[in-house]
Every structure is written in structure tokens, then in C-alpha cells.
Design a protein around this ligand. Structure first.
Ligand code: FES
Length: 155
């Protein structure tokens, strides 16, 4: 049943874009927004609708960090690693996050509680280190502040 729904959803998203291969990135974002991640089945459907090879679709998915191949954790933590945030300690924050959350960058914890991702600029450069948690943006995030924000998000 879920597979049928996914197939219909992918078909509609692709159709809304006129099945244009040039819209692949946008289509992937929209499908991920609907489903939460990009399963093998939806990637196969997208390739079919756009008349692309599965390798072409997989190539684009693996190029962009924002695309998820597995469901995201309940709490999604994105840490900016771009230049302005590097200058104010995002590497230390990243190390702290991987240790305290027990999850690597780009991974989801085994119980599915938290996903940790790196991004390159959240548009909050003057207030780095910048972090986004479940879509909410935070600035001047210290390791202690990160712990508090994650606890708050998980409660
Ligand atoms: S460089 Fe980190 S928010 Fe822009």
C-alpha cells in the first residue's frame, strides 16, 4: 500500500515538473519532503518518470548532502562547517556533537533518535557557530548550548 502511495506521489511530482530531467534536483527535494527520505523504490520511479538511468539519479543524490537515503532521526541537528563558522569554533562543536550524541556526521543514531548532518552555510554567518535543529536556526552555539538545545528538542 505504502509502495503504491509512493509511486503515485512520485508520478505526480514528476508530472508537475513536466517530467523534465533538468528539474531532477527540485523533484528529489519535493519527494523527500513528502516521504522523509529517498528509498530505492522512489529513486527507481523518478528515474523511470524522467527517462534517466538509475545511475544518473543516484549520482545526483549522492552529490548533495541534503538528500537522505534512510529516514531521518526524530531530532535532526545540522552544524555549519563553512568558513565563517570555522573561524569561530565549529570544528570543536562538531567534535563535541559526534561524541555526546554518539553518531557520526551524516549518520542517524541506531535507535533513530538523532541525525547529525553538516551543511555549508545556514545564512547566519555573523552569529556563528550556527546550528539548525529540527528546522530552527541558532547562533553562537557553544558545546553547552548545543547540549541544552538538543535536550530541549528531544523532550
Ligand atoms: S558560514 Fe556558517 S552560517 Fe554562514
Amino acid at each position: 500500500m505504502q509502495e503504491l502511495d509512493d509511486k503515485k506521489m512520485v508520478f505526480k511530482v514528476c508530472q508537475d515538473h513536466g517530467n523534465r530531467p533538468a528539474d531532477l534536483v527540485q523533484i528529489l527535494h519535493e519527494v523527500q519532503a513528502h516521504k522523509g527520505f529517498l528509498s530505492d523504490e522512489v529513486l527507481r520511479e523518478i528515474a523511470s518518470c524522467l527517462n534517466l538511468s538509475r545511475a544518473e539519479v543516484h549520482g545526483v543524490v549522492s552529490f548533495y548532502h541534503d538528500f537522505r537515503r534512510v529516514p531521518a532521526g526524530k531530532t535532526v541537528v545540522k552544524i555549519c562547517l563553512a568558513e565563517a563558522c570555522q573561524a569561530v569554533g565549529c570544528d570543536e562543536l562538531k567534535e563535541h556533537a559526534t561524541q555526546t550524541l554518539s553518531v557520526g556526521l551524516g549518520e542517524t543514531s541506531s535507535g533513530g533518535a538523532v541525525s547529525l548532518q553538516h551543511v555549508y552555510c545556514l545564512g547566519n554567518c555573523a552569529l556563528g557557530p550556527a546550528v539548525m535543529i529540527n528546522g530552527n536556526l541558532y547562533g553562537r552555539v557553544t558545546p553547552e548550548k548545543l547540549d541544552a538545545l538538543v535536550s530541549e528538542a528531544e523532550s
